[in-house]
Write a protein that binds this ligand. Structure first.
Ligand code: FAD
Ligand code: DLZ
Ligand code: SF4
Length: 502
């Protein structure tokens, strides 16, 4: 009897588990654009357009490869509201009961599939370096789940940048040579951009009509939407961006949105690229002498280290992870996260760029918007929903551990051993934002004081019980305690007044 093979919008890989299990001569692939997936958060229009266009292109590739594909467009008469409803309708159309799926990357959808009145087989998504069992075996019994130790296991497992059982050049991590402040000139043109074809144009019209009111600019739309295009974007980055990726990984410039970053996460997370093929391309550049070790090691660490580690944490911690809030932060997300209307230039710039590109790089996400939300005590679930909506690469398995764990410390320190907080000095050192800001990072209180400065000390003071014994934060508490009482009081009352105005 015919079986249905479910392929979701982030499972666009011809070797994804469900397709490997299926038989093109007998089975029917089900792909569906549905209102629930397009609307469970108000996704950025570019993210929806990317997803639908990549899905439509992939369905054509599957047909060319001999599969029967039952594809429903969002505006088709037979469109369904949810993936579950789409599967039930397809089961009726094809007289099927058995469904083979690859495990989705979000708990809500896993649970929805498990509840369906169909015979579901849900296979592990093995497009990752580590399986769930491998991650859990590594994590079991450890007091602290530090990414660096996990990363070394992944280096050994993949053999990337290894010299037998030793890391090449004798060191696992070359971060010491990285993270230089922003340079004056950027000699990389940024990500490869693609002109929309007919399929994408049709999607753009649909997205404009249905989701034009969501936060974010749909056009110009330049993303790759096929594996072949994503491969070209990869080659372009390896040649032009990778050599300086490490040096300027943490730098921020107002007029340079992409710097030497790869802008590959959306393709990787949707399945158009494979993590190992990206890492092997980077390692190849190192072996050919085209990129230095600090760049290549740093880049590979993000993928086989951080990315895999985040996924391990999400699935290990379970469905309640995104709701965690150990610091009991309850403030509402300020409107300027949606409007960019703020006199804090760093935030205005990060939000504007997010609105235009559905992209911001790691340090903008962590040390600008994330840092501010944490210092200001914004409810982490609201922060999580914002990040999930606005970035083209956002799926909960990778977004939640980055936001709830790394950025907001709402998991109590599973991902990070200390909160990522900083005053305005850090942003000033790593960017050119402050020189044109209404505030100054050098001013600590009173007229023109950078809000990050005020909020930073107020955060430490508010959470003294939790953090003052953390050896990595002891210095900051010593500095705070050395200030005279009057100065401390001024800082706290100005921070309070600022938060009241939010
Ligand atoms: P590059 O800087 O070129 O890095 C190369 C690759 O490494 C990325 O493509 C990505 O696949 C991987 N990578 C780097 N850092 C991480 C990380 N911390 N976790 C997982 N993968 C990583 N990444 C997402 O893919 N989806 C998200 O929803 C997401 N949300 C984030 C939210 C916050 C608050 C923070 C601090 C980080 C988040 N990240 C997320 C991680 C990181 O910011 C993005 O992966 C990166 O900015 C993507 O841009 P890029 O492709 O140019 O990456
Ligand atoms: C992100 C997204 C969007 C916007 N729309 C769809 C859709 O209509 N159909 C679909 O199959 N997938 C979509 N996706 C991707 C899913 O949300 C993603 O598969 C789950 O969140 C699990 O990671
Ligand atoms: Fe941001 Fe403060 Fe610098 Fe202004 S002065 S850009 S608010 S860090």
């Amino acid at each position: 009897m015919v079986r249905l093979i479910l392929v979701l919008g982030d499972q666009l890989t011809d070797t994804v588990a469900a397709l490997r299990e299926g038989d093109p001569d007998e089975d029917v692939v089900v792909m569906a654009e549905v209102a629930d997936e397009a609307g469970y958060v108000p996704h950025h229009p570019k993210k929806i357009a990317f997803c639908f266009s990549a899905m439509r292109h992939f369905s054509e590739e599957l047909r060319d490869a001999g599969w029967t594909v039952d594809y429903t467009k969002l505006d088709a008469a037979e469109a369904q509201k949810s993936i579950g409803a789409a599967l039930i309708a397809a089961a009726e159309r094809h007289g099927a009961r058995d469904v083979i799926a690859t495990r989705p990357g979000e708990w809500r959808l896993i649970e929805a599939l498990e509840d369906l009145p169909l015979d579901m087989t849900i296979l592990e998504d093995d497009r990752f370096v580590a399986s769930h069992a491998e991650f859990d075996a590594w994590a079991e019994g450890r007091k602290e789940l530090r990414m660096e130790w996990f990363y070394r296991e992944m280096r050994r497992k993949t053999g990337l940048l290894m010299d037998g059982d030793k890391p090449v050049q004798g060191k696992w991590n070359f971060d010491h040579d990285n993270r230089k402040p922003a340079p004056g000139e950027v000699d990389f043109s940024g990500p490869m951009q693609f002109t929309p074809d007919e399929i994408t144009e049709e999607v753009l019209d649909l997205v404009e009509a249905r989701f034009g009111g969501n936060f974010g600019r749909l056009k110009p739309f330049w993303f790759a939407v096929t594996r072949e295009q994503a491969r070209r974007a990869l080659t372009h980055f390896i040649k032009g961006g990778l050599p300086k990726f490490g040096d300027y990984q943490d730098a921020m410039l107002a007029d340079e949105r992409f710097l030497w970053h790869s802008i590959l996460s959306m393709y990787l997370n949707a399945g158009l690229l494979d993590p190992l093929e990206i890492c092997e391309a980077a390692e190849g550049a190192y072996k050919a002498g085209d990129a230095p070790i600090n760049a290549v090691e740093g880049f590979i660490r993000q993928i086989i280290g951080w990315r895999e580690y985040m996924r391990g944490i999400y699935f290990r911690e379970g469905p309640d992870y995104a709701r965690r809030n150990v610091l009991n932060h309850q403030r509402k997300l300020p409107d300027f996260f949606w409007t960019a209307e703020t006199d804090m230039r760093c935030i205005g710039q990060a939000v504007e760029q997010t609105r235009d590109e559905a992209y911001a790089h790691h340090i903008q996400r962590l040390m600008v918007t994330g840092n501010f939300a944490l210092l200001a005590g914004i409810n982490p679930f609201e922060v999580h929903e914002w990040y999930l909506a606005v970035y083209a690469d956002a799926y909960e398995w990778v977004e939640a551990p980055n936001v709830i764990g790394m950025s907001q410390f709402a998991d109590g320190g599973i991902v990070g051993s200390k909160p990522y907080v900083s005053s305005g000095n850090y942003i000033d050192r790593m960017s050119d934002y402050c020189k044109d800001c209404a505030y100054s990072p050098k001013v600590k209180t009173g007229e023109g004081a950078c809000p990050f400065n005020l909020l930073y000390w107020a955060f430490l003071d508010r959470h003294r019980d939790r953090f003052s014994k953390n050896p990595r934060m002891a210095n900051m508490y010593r500095t705070w305690d050395r200030m005279d009482d009057a100065k401390r009081e001024t800082i706290l009352s100005e921070a309070k007044a600022f938060l009241k105005r939010l």
